[in-house]
Design a protein around this ligand. Sequence first.
Ligand SMILES: C[S@@+](CC[C@H](N)C(=O)[O-])C[C@H]1O[C@@H](n2cnc3c(N)ncnc32)[C@H](O)[C@@H]1O
Length: 286
Amino acid sequence: MNAPAFDQEAFKLATRNQWEKAARGWNDHTPQIRAWLRTATDAMLDMAVIRPGARVLDVAAGAGDQTLGIAERVGPHGAVLATDLSAAILEFAQANALRAGHRNVETRVADGESLQVDEGSFDAVVCRLGLMFFPDPLRGLREMHRALKPGGFVCTMVFSRPEANPCVTILMSTALKHAGLPPRDPYQPGGLLSLGRPGLIDELFRNAGFKDVATTKIDAPFRLPSTQAYLDFIRTSASPVQQILGKLDAAAAGAAWAEIEERLDAFETASGWEGPNELLLTAARL
Ligand SMILES: C[S@@+](CC[C@H](N)C(=O)[O-])C[C@H]1O[C@@H](n2cnc3c(N)ncnc32)[C@H](O)[C@@H]1O
C-alpha cells in the first residue's frame, strides 16, 4: 500500500497549534537557549552581514532571542521584522524587545512559506532553527529570496545529520518504540533533522535562486545542569516526542520517559549534562 500523501496544510496547522502551546515554555527557557546557541547565533548574524541601519527579516523568530541580537546590531536607524506562524510566541518576542529597549522591532504573524512582505524590501534575512519545520522549505527559501534587495544576504541555521545529534535520535526512537510505531525516516519533511542530509540545504538554496551558497558546520553542545533539565526543556518545547507520548496512557508514557532518561544519562559529565549537537549555517546572497 502507498504511504498516505503528506498534507502540508494540516501539518502547518498542527505545527502552529503546538507552538501556540509551547510558546511560554520556549520563552521561559530563553537563558538556556541563548547560552546553547550563542556562538552559532553570532556566526549567523555575521554571515548575514547584519550591520547598522540595515532592514532585517527574521523568519520563524519564536520568542525573539536572535531578534534582540539583530536589533542591537542594526541600531536605531535600522529595523527588524520578526515573523512566525504562532501569534502567541510573537507576543513574547515583542514584549522582550520592548523590555530590552528596542523600538526598532516589529512582529507579524506569517507562514514562512508565504511571507506577505514586499518584494526586494530587506537587506538581510535570517532564520534560526525554523526552516526544518517547513513542509516545503524550498518555498520558504523562495520567499526569503523574494524579500531580499539585490545584493542582500541570507543565513539560516538548522540541525545537521542524525549521528551528530544523538539526543534527538534517542528521543524519537525511544518514543516511537514505546508507542508501537515503526522507525521514522529522520529526513522526512518537517522533522527536526529534515534538512540535515549532507548537501540537501545547499541544493535547496541554489534551486531558490541564491548565489554564493556555502554551508558551515558548527558544534553546539547543549550544556545543562542535569538530564532532568534537558527533559524539562523537551517537555515544555514543541517536541514531536510530546505529540507521540501524549497519546499514550500515563503508565506507558511514564515507562517511555524513564527509558529516555536512562539513555540520556549517558551524556552526564563531571560538571553537568552535555548533549552534542551539530548545526548547519547556510549563507548566500541574492
Ligand atoms: C525551534 S523554534 C525557534 C524560534 C527562534 N527562531 C529561536 O531560535 O529561538 C521554531 C519556530 O518556528 C516556527 N515555525 C514553524 N513552522 C513555521 C512556518 N511554516 N512558518 C513560520 N514559522 C514557523 C514556530 O512557530 C517556532 O516559533
